[in-house]
Design a protein. Sequence first.
Length: 294
Amino acid sequence: MPCSAVTLSLATITSIIAVALLAIAFTTDNWLYVEVKRTNIQNYLSRHSDVQSQALLDSVNSKYYYFTRTKGLFRVCYPKERPPAVKTYLSPVETHCNNVNYYIPDENNETRDFTEDAWTRLHMGRSMIALFIISFLSVFAAFCTGVTGCWRRSPGNITATAILMLLACLLSAGAMGLWHGVEYYEKEKVVGEEFYQQWSNVLRDNCRVNYDWSYMLAWVGVGWSLIAAILFSGSAMCLRGEREREEAINMQYLMPVYPQKQQYAYASYPVAAPQPYPGGPYYTQGSAYGPYNY
């Protein structure tokens, strides 16, 4: 089996896996799992009856960040209890969720009081979504060039497919980097009351944040897209080598065969029979001893 057929098959399979993983990660809501031990918080506040504890108790019963939740790129979902003060809806997987607000558009001018760090976080979040969308467009273009290249067995089209898959890999990796930047700002900078720097001490002590399976799928999808780009590049090299070998074989049949010069020299000048001596007897080829045969 030609190496181009093997590498093209492997590249197609890996690219499909990469796109499927990135699409699943992009559309699901399990990037972060935030577990809040509400019972511990309520027990702590019940033992303290001061004004501050009463205010915290009101927040525990109303603010969404006092509830266990999963966070994705577009939604925050509540697999256990849901906050009564937050308007939620059922997601496709039947969990109560509310949308992540990117303020596009900002109709009520809600961003007017944002700090510089909050604006940086918001811009990185918007850019992250844009990079993911562009990476999917790059994968679609790679699909078109890949189908054309397989149909025509064109090394140029397969090379373009490899470049587009590499571009999709870099774009999605850049989007993942921006996601980590957003996560850093939410944890280390003052960007809103619902984020770590402005949490109460009791919430910090009774909350645990872990990466979830959507996040892991996204990084695996980035890796598979890089492998697909390498395999498409290898298949283009195989196709180019096979085409060169085919052209070399065809040239052997097309080249004219010229006869050697010695053949023409011997064929042009026939060898003459030996002539008898002048005045001597004429011998025939059948006589062995002279002109007379006895």
